[in-house]
Ligand binder design. Structure first.
Ligand code: FAD
Length: 520
């Protein structure tokens, strides 16, 4: 693209602001020089700041801030608070949200992915000096991606213990939600694996917090949907890294048999039993055109397809067993022993042996296949919910065998796996069901633009089904919620959530895209 063309675009973008934005635009650019020199209104940045992975919501910020130090963010927020009408500030990680949570209409987007400079606290600093109080840890910038955290810690033979399925998400973004995956049943969500945070609050104060100091802010921010402060540094717990992984998929034709196997596996007592999976998830195979059997050997695909044809749905139990060079000789025996107690369809067990990084970064290989086909940048009308264990079979019957099969739409990727409430500290802002064991169920659809509404309608049917059947779910990565929905969502914690908002962000500046305290 030629330079003159860019200049014209830039000038146009200055002119194309909606009426309500004029004043904010003027105020923002009349702020302190420390703020204005970090602001950008170039069309490419503005366009990036007005979209996300969901491709269903678009909002128009007046500017993008590219901070190079924590103090830039602090000055911006303090400046906003000093105005009669403060402007909104939305931290943006990688914008892997699906419903505008990292956006703002008429406010400033803070581009956290710019804040990765190690000299200014935005990098990855691994410390392996275990103390009696805490073990190894890594200090990482809030805008840092988990893939970079993995690669840097691996150089020291260390690794975070709790993950998400996809690693091109930011530390600040997942810690604002929970950060869950197949390791959560053992180590809790990512928010349970944090020793300390640096946060810039909604008043612009730079605060270090932990379970010991400023603990109220610490617990507020973890799972706090960006409402109380912007995370600029997190101290994350590390364990020793394995080198390789036995990665297994076992196929079932009965949902109740699979869930009881899953529940047995996550309930194994680590102090008594040493042979426990390191990762456990579950998913569905539906008979549909987008059926992905790439994990399985070519020669086995026909018999898998015929199992699906016989049953309509096949359920997958996915587990991983990590190993090191030292345990190489024993791992096969351990895997054999582990699965000998499971009730999958005989002979339908499939195994891969991959490096630890390859295993954790597995979704990236899907992305690299989908991107060139234009299938990654389509709308994603996702729904993630936590379902209490006592109702998971009712949910499976009503949703997997009912709603998902009876619609003329693809089921998409469907994940489900259990975790334990006792691995989640209730002081954190994240919300989970009020039952000791609960499942995450993720309906991860990719839609063409013309079908988005149909998928959204189907998601509503799932929520309505739960309501009618009295299944007390909680949404994970909640969105499209009314004020009443939010009150219900936070339940007994709503009052504390409101008090914390008044304490740390009294002018309701931060993360307006969540739609909790503002309409947008
Ligand atoms: P963004 O989408 O940019 O931001 C999310 C929210 O956090 C916004 O409200 C934003 O304002 C706020 N925020 C961002 N940075 C900060 C910060 N530094 N401080 C305070 N607030 C901040 N989630 C899981 O838990 N497990 C999974 O396995 C998983 N897999 C995924 C796979 C894919 C392909 C995708 C696209 C998403 C997946 N997610 C998963 C969801 C992911 O956790 C959320 O999208 C989350 O928001 C992180 O994305 P992000 O870092 O891009 O944050």
């Amino acid at each position: 693209m030629g330079k003159p063309f860019l200049v014209v675009l830039w000038l146009t973008s200055i002119l194309v602001v909606s009426e309500g934005q004029d004043e904010t635009l003027l105020s923002v650019f009349q702020g302190p020089t420390e703020v204005t020199i970090r602001l950008s209104r170039d069309p490419v940045s503005l366009s990036e700041g007005s979209a996300d992975y969901g491709h269903m919501v678009h909002k128009s910020p007046v500017a993008i801030m590219n901070p190079v130090a924590t103090s830039d963010i602090s000055v911006l927020i303090k400046f906003s608070n000093s105005l009669t009408v403060p402007f909104k500030v939305a931290a943006r990680g990688e914008a892997h949200s699906v419903s505008g949570q990292a956006m703002t209409d008429g406010g400033v987007v803070v581009n956290m992915s710019n804040f990765r400079d190690v000299n200014n606290g935005g990098g990855v600093l691994v410390t392996s000096e275990s103390t009696a109080a805490i073990g190894d840890y890594v200090d990482v910038g809030g805008g840092q991606r988990w893939i970079d955290v993995l690669r840097d810690t691996l150089k020291r033979g260390l690794s975070p213990r709790s993950w998400t399925d996809y690693l091109y998400l930011t530390v600040g973004g997942t810690l604002s939600n929970a950060g869950i995956s197949g390791q959560t049943f053992r180590f809790g969500p990512q928010i349970q694996n944090v020793y300390e945070l640096d946060v810039v609050t909604g008043k612009g104060e730079e605060v270090t917090c932990s379970p010991e100091i400023n603990s109220d802010l610490f617990y507020a921010v973890l799972g706090g949907l960006g409402q109380f402060g912007i995370i600029t540094r997190a101290r994350i717990a590390l364990g020793s890294a394995p080198s390789r992984v036995k990665w297994l998929r076992l196929l079932y034709n009965d949902f109740s048999v699979l869930t009881s196997d899953q529940e047995r596996l996550i309930s194994m007592n680590e102090s008594v039993q040493t042979n426990i999976p390191n990762y456990l998830e579950g998913s569905l195979l539906h008979n549909e055109s987008s059926l992905d059997l790439s994990f399985y050997p070519q020669t086995d695909r026909p018999r898998i397809t015929s199992l699906i044809n016989q049953n309509g749905i096949v359920y997958i139990l996915e587990l991983a067993k990590y190993y090191t060079n030292d345990s190489q000789t024993t791992v096969d025996k351990e895997v054999e022993e582990l699965i000998s107690r499971l009730k999958f369809v005989p002979t339908f067990v499939f195994e891969k042996d991959v490096s630890y990084e390859e295993f954790l970064d597995r979704v990236r290989s899907d992305e690299l296949v989908l991107r060139p086909q234009g299938l990654w940048d389509l709308p994603h009308p996702w729904l993630n919910i936590f379902v209490p264990k006592s109702r998971i079979l009712d949910f499976g019957e009503g949703v997997f065998n009912g709603i998902l099969l009876n619609q003329n739409l693809s089921a998409g990727v469907v994940l489900f796996y259990p975790m334990s409430r006792n691995k989640w500290d209730d002081k954190m802002s994240a919300m989970i069901p009020d039952e000791e064991i609960f499942y995450v169920v993720s309906l991860l659809q990719t839609s063409t633009y013309d079908k988005v509404e149909a998928y959204q309608k189907r998601n509503q049917m799932v929520l309505q089904f739960c309501k009618d059947a009295g299944i007390q779910i909680k949404q994970y990565l909640p969105h499209n919620m009314t004020r009443n929905d939010w009150t219900d969502h936070f339940g007994v914690k709503w009052k504390v959530f409101q008090q914390r908002k008044a304490r740390y962000d009294p002018n309701h500046i931060l993360s307006p895209g969540q739609g909790i305290f503002t309409e947008q």
